[in-house]
Design a protein around this ligand. Structure first.
Ligand code: ADP
Ligand code: MG
Length: 332
């Protein structure tokens, strides 16, 4: 099976929203009047982001999910994506499953595959997504990293640290009960991009980012982009990660061989959760709650944006905690 057969058999589908889909030198996209295109690109590399035995269906899902998460963080509505694929061989069952996972998520978000590139080489998956953001009175409605202001509340969606919990458990660094691992592993392998929440936060949130490299590092990008500082109530974040233990056990942490310090590190440094971290002024609290409800996404207030530069951590009682939590950096 050659390159063009692979494309035709596994990836070519009739164009829907695109003016021109797969098959010519370029695809054509027609953004709606009064909108901007939001564009993002993410690459998944074998041995770096996933292992050779990764389930291909889950890999198809995750490859697109991490890209949709970037659109969510900008408050952009998914439109279309391209897929650049390097394959060591044409493994038909693998491609079948990969395409299935990919298209299931794409269809759930009405996001159309409009083109790509297929080549032989070490397994590598690179997706570029295109989304749409309205422009109102000349003003883009995109959620940026630069909009946080002193006095804003800081929120995070869902739970963070779970993907890292699964990774550490799979690598034998910590022990968790099977039911907890199952839940955490789903977060690692099948992340849910918070697209509906991102859309619902347009006009409400002042800044947003998706948590891909860890909460501390990603919050750092907002603080830097907005030229502000923040205080984070660490155990507000912690409480969210511990809810697995709550959901599956009668008491917090029972049966999980994880210290308080480890819980904090998982929540603050663990990456790959693809939750949204965002800010909004206190007068928007009811609107944030409504956005969370409308998008059926839990949201938790975890801190405060301040004029004073830097990132301060406090525990449940407001006591300062040392900040030695770094997040993931591919080259560090
Ligand atoms: P070109 O030589 O102009 O780069 P190709 O021969 O690489 O075009 O690709 C032919 C068509 O198939 C193009 O429309 C391209 O966008 C599409 N395509 C190639 N690989 C993929 C893929 N993995 N998924 C979706 N579309 C693809
Ligand atoms: Mg090509």
């Amino acid at each position: 099976m050659g390159e063009f057969d692979v494309i035709a058999r596994f990836f070519k589908r009739p164009a829907r929203c695109a003016a021109l889909g797969i098959g010519d030198d370029c695809a054509l996209l027609q953004p709606a009047p009064g909108t901007q295109l939001a564009i993002s690109c993410d690459m998944l590399v074998l041995g770096r982001h996933f292992f050779a035995d990764a389930d291909p269906c889950q890999l198809g899902h995750k490859s697109l999910a991490v890209n949709l998460s970037d659109l969510a963080a900008c408050g952009a509505k998914p439109l279309a994506f391209t897929l650049a694929l390097a394959l060591p061989e044409v493994n038909e069952p693998w491609l079948e499953a990969f395409a299935q996972g990919l298209f299931a998520l794409a269809d759930a978000h009405g996001c159309e595959l409009i083109g790509g590139d297929t080549t032989a080489g070490p397994l590598n998956i690179c997706i570029t997504v295109f989304g749409e953001v309205p422009v109102v009175n000349g003003q883009s409605q995109a959620l940026l990293r630069s909009g946080a202001r002193a006095g804003d509340d800081l929120y995070v969606s869902g739970t963070v640290g779970d993907a890292r919990l699964a990774l550490d458990a799979l690598q034998g660094k910590l022990t968790v009960p099977a039911d907890v691992l199952t839940l955490a592993r789903a977060r690692l392998e099948m992340p849910t991009p918070r697209v509906a929440l991102g859309l619902a936060l347009r006009g409400i949130a002042t800044a947003a980012i998706d948590v891909s490299d860890g909460l501390m590092g990603d919050l750092g990008h907002i603080l830097e982009g907005s030229d502000v500082g923040a205080t984070v109530q660490v155990d507000q974040v912690l409480r969210s990660i511990a809810c697995y233990a709550r959901a599956t056990r009668s008491e917090d942490h029972v049966g999980i061989d994880v210290s308080l310090e480890q819980w904090r590190a998982l929540a603050l440094c663990g990456g790959d959760d693809y939750e949204l971290l965002f800010t909004a002024p206190p007068r928007q609290r009811a609107s944030v709650a409504a956005a969370a409800q409308a998008s059926q996404t839990p949201v938790q207030r975890i801190g405060l944006i301040e004029a004073e530069a830097g990132l301060r951590l406090v525990d449940e009682r407001g006591q300062a905690l040392p900040n030695h939590y770094a997040s993931f950096d591919h080259f560090a």
